[in-house]
Write a protein of this length. Structure first.
Length: 201
């Protein structure tokens, strides 16, 4: 079965600079993806975190594989939270309830981030203090790392929270979504039917 490995897709920029420090919570959800979760964790820990307060949480949604043992290898840097199987929406809610960051970055256990994602995301929040979300296109790869599809662009680059809640707008998949805590508080708990950008297979 091909691995769904979403990665950040961003243009190269010679004007890239570190965004002002902020606190960031990365919430990784996992259900029986122990074979992938270490790659997901490492792609987060390998970001440029200097000057930033961070926390990384893995919410295990009732896995029956070796997810716990794999995550516990990173116990000094990653917080492991186990819950009975309730679905990804509730796993994100659980992660939020145990988090403290000003910015929430969502992640799936079978996905990886490109380097510099965090810096670029925080740079956009800094440039647009009125924005509640930052999204970016995604790429999917197979088990060998070959890109099998990519989003050329976001279908709805400028959306409102109200439109999302009414089902009139879609968010990109979890690995491409970051949100201010103050905004997530308004939609918490996340209902199971909140639409997101359909992920191709």
């Amino acid at each position: 079965m091909p691995r769904k490995g979403f990665r950040i897709q961003m243009e190269k920029s010679s004007s890239y600079r570190r965004a002002p420090p902020a606190s960031v919570s990365v919430i990784i959800t996992c259900y029986n993806y122990g074979r992938f979760v270490e790659d997901a964790i490492r792609s987060v820990l390998d970001q440029e975190w200097e000057g930033l307060k961070r926390e990384v949480l893995v919410v295990d949604d009732g896995s029956t594989d070796d997810t716990r043992q794999r995550v516990e290898k990173y116990a000094s840097e990653v917080r492991y939270i186990h819950q009975k199987n309730q679905g990804q929406g509730q796993a994100f809610n659980t992660g939020f309830e145990h988090s403290s960051g000003e910015i929430l970055c969502f992640h799936d256990a079978d996905d990886v981030w490109y380097p510099r994602k965090i810096g670029r995301v925080l740079e956009e929040f800094s440039r647009h203090p009125e924005a509640g979300f930052v999204q970016h296109p995604l790429e999917a790869m197979d088990g060998s790392g070959r890109i099998i599809w990519r989003h050329a662009s976001l279908p709805q680059p400028d959306i409102r929270l109200e439109d999302v809640l009414r089902g009139q707008a879609q968010l990109v998949g979890a690995p491409g979504l970051s949100i201010r805590r103050s905004i997530f508080e308004k939609i918490h708990p996340v209902p199971a039917d909140v639409p997101s950008f359909p992920q191709q297979t």
